[in-house]
Write a protein that binds this ligand. Structure first.
Ligand SMILES: Nc1ncnc2c1ncn2[C@@H]1O[C@H](COP(=O)(O)OP(=O)(O)OP(=O)(O)O)[C@@H](O)[C@H]1O
Length: 320
């Protein structure tokens, strides 16, 4: 086996204790907003961890908009690699990198084929100067695409730090795709910390009360059936949308990071506390060598070996 210290991705990432992939079977279920909320909620922990948020949704990057970072903000080249943008000002505990930050205008489209996407993912993993971060949260594209395979191939030298969470909505169509993503995590031996059910119920914009006007519970049922941990349910919250669309309410206290302060005042933030606690517990248990609940490798292979087998199979099918 080759010496991992010669691998630029290993050298850049091997000191990060927790690398968390946010997955969803389907587009539009709220994966990016969950990634941002995970990053914000981790940032707000009393232990004051340092967070890096990497947007691998290369052609549909929404993280910069949600973090209120306009194109071109902060990202620049230095002799030691790309310096990421910081969303929390001088505190510099929330670093972000995304193709959205490299564009000149937000409306600019990114039309790339597989090899260019693969090269960009590699660059993001090997060339960004994250510094000593405690959590690297990676927002991935929906489904189980070429990008996922590239990402896991590149990340296999740091496999012991990897885990994932899966976002779904309660509707049957989303749940079917969620099950496909769940089986993907097993196929590649990627530990899954659990399932989050988003857009489940509704927060009254006037009183903040949560009601179940739509179907709920599908994600929880699936988690139970599959023996996977259910991390929690997040309702439709109009205040959250306004915030992630770039509007910090007028009455937000001005000390501290305005986005985080405004987020802490949403109903969803209160509900997210339980989720982030379970994520931290799950990731720390993994670090101690315990298996994630319901985690089973499809055929007993370790991540690197399983990803290599899947990539070889994909190549074989392309050539056939
Ligand atoms: N709990 C929620 N309450 C209200 N709106 C939400 C919630 N979660 C997500 N949204 C909104 O739904 C839209 C889609 O969310 P988001 O971009 O996070 O989905 P996604 O799964 O990442 O989509 P894509 O597949 O396009 O990357 C956004 O406008 C977001 O603000």
């Amino acid at each position: 086996m080759s010496d991992p210290s010669t691998n630029p991705i290993y050298r850049r990432l091997h000191r990060i204790p927790h690398i968390l992939l946010v997955l969803s079977g389907k587009g539009g279920v709220g994966k990016s907003s969950v990634s941002v909320q995970l990053a914000l909620s981790l940032h707000a922990l009393p232990s004051r961890p340092r967070i890096a948020l990497l947007d691998i949704d290369l052609t549909g990057p929404s993280i910069p908009r949600m973090l209120h970072l306009p194109p071109g903000t902060g990202v620049h080249q230095s002799s030691e690699g790309w310096v990421p943008a910081y969303a929390d000002g001088e505190e510099k505990r929330m670093a972000c990198m995304s193709t959205g930050l490299l564009l000149k205008r937000r409306e600019e489209s990114v039309v790339w084929r597989g090899p260019k996407k693969n090269a960009m993912i590699r660059q993001f993993l090997s060339e960004v100067r994250w510094g000593d971060v405690d959590w690297l949260v990676i927002d991935t594209p929906p489904g189980t695409s070429d990008e996922h395979l590239s990402l896991l191939e590149h990340l296999s030298p740091v496999a012991p730090s990897l885990s994932s969470v899966l976002v779904t909505t309660p509707q049957a169509l989303s749940l079917v795709d969620c099950l496909k993503s769940l089986s993907f995590t097993r196929l590649v031996s990627l530990p899954l910390l659990g399932i989050i059910e988003n857009l489940s119920g509704y927060v009254c914009p006037c009183c903040g009360e949560v009601s179940n006007v739509f179907s709920t519970g599908g994600g929880e049922d699936m988690a139970r059936r599959e023996g996977v941990r259910f991390l929690g349910r997040l309702p439709v919250d109009t205040k959250l949308v306004e915030l992630l669309d770039g509007q910090v309410p007028e009455d937000t206290p001005r000390e501290g990071w305005a986005l985080l302060e405004a987020y802490k005042r949403t109903t969803t933030h209160a509900l997210f506390q339980g989720i982030v606690q379970k994520v931290v517990e799950g990731a720390e248990a993994l670090q101690r060598g315990e298996a994630a609940p319901g985690f089973r490798e499809e055929d007993g292979r370790q991540l690197a070996e399983a990803v290599a087998a899947l990539a070889a199979n994909a190549q074989h099918e392309e050539e056939a």
